[in-house]
Design a protein around this ligand. Structure first.
Ligand code: ATP
Ligand code: MG
Length: 574
C-alpha cells in the first residue's frame, strides 16, 4: 500500500493520525496495491464562477488529502472554464488564494480547461468523422421536447443522419462564427431510447459569442461540461476523478466519450455525497444572489459559508480541515449540523487563543472606597490552562465597566452575579459589593455604586469567604471604545433550500444575523490587535480583528463563535 503515515495530510498538518479508510481511499489503496496505478493523480476542478465555499473545502481536503497521503501523489488545480458568460479572473484569483490558505499546494500543476480547447475541438472532429456526432439545428427548447421522459423514449432529431462531410463542414462554420448563438449545437449520436437521459444525444458544443477571460475572442463555440471534464481528466492523466453524487448519472457519458476517441488514459470517476449544512445555502447561484442583491456585504461577508467569509469571521485553516475530516465520505446525501462546524473552531481556538477582557454592553460601576487617582496594575493570565502563555497587566481604577447582563435588580435563584447587596469577584481583581443602584428619569439603571474589599487582591478572600459569581470588567478611564460585530446564522430555516408555500431561501433570511455594537469597551492592550488576530474575550466568545475594516490602533472585532457548544452538549446527551 502506498499509504505512509508520516507522509499523511494529518501528519503534515500536525493533526491526529488517520483512522479507518473511507470508501474512496479504500478504492485508491486497492488500485495501488494491485499495481493498477503506481501513484495517484487527483484534481480539484472548480468553475471560476464564484468564490469557494465550505462544500468545496470538503472536495479540496479529499483531493489534495489523497495526494499527500500517497507517495508520489499529486493533485491538480484545474479551472473548468468553459462558460465565458459567468466566469471571471476575480474568481480565479480568489480560488487560488483560498486553496493556499487551506494550506494545500498544487505546485506546478495548475491547469485551465480552456487550454485544451484546440485538443477538444480535434476530439469532436474525430467523433464527427466516426459518425458519432452531428450538428443539430433544433433550438434548445426543441431538443428538450425531443428528449422524452424517464419512462418514454425520445425522438431522433431530423438532423441526426447528416453525412460526416456535411457535419464537418457545419462544425467548422460554427467555429468560424458564421452562425448565431443558439442556432446550432454539436450533439453526440448515442441513443434516444436510452433509459439514461444524459445518453440521449447530449449536446457537446454550443455557440456563445462572448469573450472568454483567457481566450478572448478566439473561440465562439464552447464545449459542454460532460465533454470537457472527462477529456481534461484524461489529458492530465488523472487516476481517480472524484466528484459529487449528482454526476453518477453522467458517468456512462463520461465513459462513452473516452471510449469513442483516441486517448489512452482512463480515469475512474467515483462519486461522493456533497456537503449540505443546516441554516446555510451552498449553491453558487444562491450565494451570488445574496451578494448581488446586497443581503450581505460581499463574498467574504463573515456570515457567508465561503472560505473567504469563514476566514474573515476568524475560522482557522486547521479548524476547516478538521471539520472536513470529521464529516467523512459517504454515498448518501444528508444535512450536516452547523453546530459541528462551530465545534471544530472552538476546539481549535480553545487551546491556543489568548484571553482578554472586553465589555460589550457597558454598565458603569463606581468603587466608592477606591482612590480617585489611583491606578493599580493587576496581573492577568493570558490563558487559564497554559502557564507558557504568560501574563499581562490590566489597570484597575475607581470607575470600571461591567456587562449590563451581569447585573439584575431582582435576581432570580441561580443568578450569581451582581444585584443589590450582593458580592461578586471581579476577574483577576477583587471582591466587590453592590450598595446602591442609580437610575435615570426613565427608571433605567445607569450606574452601580460598590465597595471593594482590599483584602481580596487577586480574587481570593483570606477569611475563606466564597462568592459564586466571577465577572469580567474593564477600567473606565483606560478602556478604549471599538465596534463589535455579533454574527448569527444567515437563515432562520434549518434547510433554507427546501421550497414550500411558495417561499424560497430568500424568505428565510435572518433579519438578526448581524448586530453591530459601536460602543463596546476593551482592555487597553487590545488597541494594538493586528487585523486577523484572534482572542477569546472572557465569558463572551472567540473574536477576531476584522481584516478589512480594522485600522491601526482602531480594531473592529468580529465574533467568530460564542463559547456555548451546542454540539458537545448534544453528544453528551447521546
Ligand atoms: P454549482 O453550484 O454552480 O453547480 P459547484 O458547487 O458544483 O457549482 P464547481 O466549481 O463545479 O461548483 O465545484 C468544484 C468541485 O467541488 C466539484 O468537484 C464539485 O463536485 C465540488 N463541490 C461543489 N460543491 C460541493 C459540496 N457542497 N460538497 C462537496 N463537494 C462539492
Ligand atoms: Mg459544478
Amino acid at each position: 500500500m502506498g499509504n505512509t503515515n508520516n507522509n499523511s495530510a494529518g501528519a503534515r498538518h500536525g493533526e491526529a493520525k488517520a483512522e479507518p479508510l473511507d470508501f474512496i481511499r479504500e478504492i485508491v489503496a486497492n488500485d495501488l496495491a494491485s499495481g493498477k496505478h503506481a501513484s495517484t493523480v487527483t484534481r480539484f476542478p472548480p468553475e471560476p464562477n464564484g468564490y469557494l465555499h465550505i462544500g468545496h473545502a470538503k472536495s479540496i481536503c479529499l483531493n489534495f488529502g489523497i495526494s499527500l497521503e500517497n507517495e508520489g501523489g499529486v493533485c491538480h488545480l484545474r479551472f473548468d472554464d468553459t462558460n465565458p458568460a459567468k466566469e471571471d479572473v476575480e474568481y480565479v484569483d480568489s480560488i487560488k488564494e483560498d486553496v493556499q490558505w487551506l494550506s494545500f499546494d498544487w505546485g506546478k500543476n495548475i491547469f485551465f480547461a480552456s487550454d485544451y480547447f484546440e485538443k477538444l475541438y480535434d476530439f469532436a472532429v474525430e467523433l464527427i468523422r466516426a459518425g458519432r456526432a452531428f450538428v443539430c439545428e433544433l433550438t434548445l427548447d426543441e431538443i428538450a421536447e425531443h428528449r422524452g421522459t424517464p419512462t418514454q423514449p425520445g425522438t431522433n432529431s431530423p438532423y441526426r443522419d447528416r453525412s460526416s462531410e456535411e457535419n464537418l463542414e457545419l462544425f467548422q462554420r460554427m467555429r468560424d462564427g458564421e452562425f448565431d448563438d443558439g442556432t446550432r449545437v454539436l450533439r453526440a449520436k448515442i441513443d434516444m431510447a436510452s433509459p439514461n437521459l444524459h445518453m440521449r444525444d447530449p449536446v457537446l458544443y454550443r455557440i456563445r459569442k462572448t469573450p472568454h477571460h483567457r481566450t478572448g475572442n478566439k473561440w465562439c463555440i464552447y464545449p459542454m461540461y460532460d465533454f470537457t471534464h472527462c477529456l481534461s481528466d484524461s489529458i492530465e492523466g488523472i487516476t481517480h476523478s472524484l466528484c459529487t453524487l449528482e454526476f453518477e448519472v453522467h458517468r456512462p457519458l463520461y465513459d462513452w466519450v473516452l471510449d469513442n476517441v483516441t486517448i489512452d488514459c482512463r480515469p475512474r470517476q467515483i462519486e461522493f455525497a456533497r456537503l449540505n449544512l443546516t441554516y446555510t445555502v451552498l449553491s453558487k447561484r444562491k450565494l451570488l444572489t445574496l451578494v448581488e442583491e446586497g443581503h450581505v456585504v460581499g463574498w467574504d461577508d463573515p456570515r457567508m459559508p465561503t472560505v473567504s467569509g469563514l476566514r474573515r469571521r476568524g475560522y482557522t485553516p486547521a479548524s476547516i480541515r478538521s471539520f472536513c475530516k470529521t464529516i467523512g465520505m459517504t454515498k448518501f446525501n444528508s444535512l450536516t449540523d452547523m453546530a459541528l462546524l462551530e465545534h471544530s473552531i472552538r476546539q481549535n481556538l480553545n487551546d491556543t487563543t489568548p484571553r482578554r477582557m472586553a465589555v460589550l454592553r457597558p454598565l458603569k460601576v463606581v468603587i466608592t472606597n477606591f482612590d480617585e487617582d489611583k491606578v493599580e496594575e493587576l496581573d492577568a493570565a493570558n490563558h487559564p490552562k497554559d502557564p507558557h502563555a504568560g501574563t499581562r497587566t490590566v489597570p484597575f481604577t475607581r470607575e470600571i465597566y461591567v456587562e449590563r447582563d451581569d447585573f439584575m435588580e431582582e435576581p432570580p435563584a441561580k443568578f450569581f452575579r451582581l444585584g443589590p447587596g450582593r458580592e461578586v469577584r471581579l476577574r483577576f481583581a477583587y471582591f466587590i459589593t453592590c450598595n446602591e443602584v442609580i437610575k435615570n428619569a426613565a427608571g433605567e439603571v445607569t450606574e452601580l455604586r460598590c465597595t471593594y474589599d482590599p483584602e481580596t487582591h487577586g480574587g481570593n478572600a483570606p477569611d475563606g469567604r466564597k462568592v459564586k459569581g466571577t465577572i469580567h470588567w474593564v477600567s473606565a478611564s483606560h478602556a478604549f471604545e471599538a465596534q463589535v460585530r455579533l454574527y448569527d446564522r444567515l437563515f432562520t430555516a434549518e434547510d433554507p433550500n427546501k421550497e414550500s408555500d411558495g417561499k424560497t431561501y430568500l424568505d428565510h433570511l435572518n433579519a438578526e444575523s448581524l448586530e453591530v455594537i459601536s460602543d463596546a469597551k476593551f482592555e487597553p492592550g487590545l488597541a494594538k490587535a493586528e487585523p486577523g488576530e484572534r482572542f477569546q474575550f472572557e465569558r463572551l466568545g472567540y473574536f477576531c480583528a476584522d481584516a478589512a475594516d480594522s485600522q491601526p490602533g482602531k480594531p473592529v472585532f468580529n465574533r467568530t463563535v460564542t463559547l456555548r457548544d451546542a454540539w458537545a452538549k448534544r453528544q453528551k446527551k447521546g
